[in-house]
Write a protein that binds this ligand. Structure first.
Ligand SMILES: *Cc1c(COP(=O)(O)O)cnc(C)c1O
Length: 407
């Protein structure tokens, strides 16, 4: 539709600049064009934007590892030894011993036989779903699954069957129908481990039960769970289901603090992905500095729960503070703390005022979340101090009263 213009009954193709101007102007007119503010320095507990210091409640750097001194040293050392790039795709000669070590460490971390690393979590979902599923298959997908899962499913050409968010009756009914229809070779169920907009957990024990009943392949993307749930090992471990989930997906860019993604699973699955998943075959391997830093980050999470415990303590403190002030913080089961404002314009106004007062917490509104449930989402970090959180809460109180969200 966008590319066509109706002129005297004949559809004329639109030139690129016309398409871009029309659509950019439309977005700007409707106030939906997102302006990006560069961060001037590290993405730590306090960030600097336009020369102003702000308490950072919007990064996924849960454990503070993105700016960890030990990891910076490891990365620098690996760069000195190996250079800044891997030089090739994994299947030519881009696989360094560093990548092998990383994958062994990831398998140990997740309690699986093997693991495979990709260049990003997004890329990993592109790779893994279409590596195994095709047009003769069906995929049951939670309606709130991450965009990269949705795109990965599309790429596979499998039939997508969406089920209502964490609605196990709906999943069971649709799983039964798909499995007994005789239409599909394989059926997979895919869910986020932790849903990032509300901070709620997938109903993994029930999903596993349904999967067993109908021979479903199980796929859990635990991008927000690794380092956070299960004493750091993730949501699958939290529920004691490490042996039951076929695909454990994670990102290396959130709690792990660097960049990349992975699948952990059986040796056969990983062997298959190494010969069939296209980003592994056709896109250059993770750089050596990053690879070494990731391996060390995973080791740190396995060696000590100190950062994990501090993250949860900070999450608890922030939640308690916001509740006491009278805010609606939804149904989060993780440190992710939404502050639900409701109306979209008011939500954006709230976030803007927080920022003017020194707190960076992004507003998230329709269509990312349902209409009328606009929220400011807070991501506490292990490296926030109590003083920083108290300061943020004081700003929340001031702005909340000013906009009559609390009284
Ligand atoms: C963030 C996220 C991703 C993408 O991970 P990147 O490493 O940033 O590409 C994938 N899946 C889920 C569920 C996520 O939350």
């Amino acid at each position: 539709m966008y590319a066509l213009e109706n002129e005297g009954g004949i559809k004329k193709v639109k030139k690129l600049d016309q398409f871009l101007q029309d659509n950019l102007n439309d977005l700007r007119d409707r106030g939906l064009y997102n302006e990006i503010d560069p961060v001037e320095g590290p993405n730590g507990p306090v960030i600097k934007i336009s020369g102003k210091e702000l308490i950072n409640l919007s990064s996924n750097n849960y454990l503070g590892l993105a700016t960890n001194d030990h990891l910076k040293e490891i990365a620098k050392h690996a760069i000195d030894q190996y250079g800044v790039g891997a030089g090739a795709v994994r299947t030519i000669n881009g696989t360094m011993d560093l990548h092998v070590k990383l994958e062994e460490k990831l398998a140990e971390f997740k309690g699986t036989e093997a693991a495979i690393a990709y260049q990003s979590g997004f890329n990993c979902n592109m790779a893994a779903i279409s590596g195994v599923m095709d047009k003769n298959d069906a995929i049951l997908s939670d309606e709130l699954n991450h965009a990269s899962i949705i795109d990965g499913i599309r790429l596979s050409k499998a039939k997508v069957i969406r089920y209502n968010h964490s609605d196990m009756d709906d999943l069971r009914a649709k799983a039964k129908e798909a499995a007994e229809s005789g239409l599909y070779n394989k059926v997979m169920v895919i869910t986020d481990g932790v849903f990032s907009m509300d901070g709620d957990l997938a109903e993994l024990p029930e999903i596993v039960e349904i999967a067993k009943e109908f021979n479903l392949i199980t796929y859990v993307d635990d991008a927000h769970g690794s380092g956070v749930m299960g004493k750091g090992a993730g949501t699958v471990k939290h529920f004691g289901l490490s042996k039951e989930i076929d695909f454990q997906i994670g990102t290396l860019s959130k709690a792990i603090g660097v960049v990349g993604g992975y699948v952990a699973g059986s040796k056969d699955l990983i062997d298959w992905l190494k010969v069939r998943s296209r980003p592994f075959l056709f896109s250059t391997a993770l750089p050596p500095g990053d690879t070494a830093a990731i391996t060390a980050a995973v080791q740190m999470i396995m060696d000590s729960t100190e950062l994990h415990d501090q993250l949860w303590e900070n999450g608890r403190y922030l939640k308690e503070g916001l509740l006491k002030l009278g805010f609606d913080i939804g149904k989060s089961e993780t440190p992710i703390t939404p502050c639900i404002i409701g109306e979209e314009k008011l939500t954006q106004q709230f976030s803007k005022r927080l920022r003017e007062e020194g707190v960076y917490a992004k507003s998230i509104v329709f269509p990312t979340v349902p209409q009328g449930t606009g929220r400011v989402r807070n991501m506490p970090m292990a490296t926030h101090t109590k003083e920083m959180l108290d300061q943020a809460l004081a700003v929340y109180e001031k702005v909340g009263k000013e906009l009559s969200i609390i009284n």
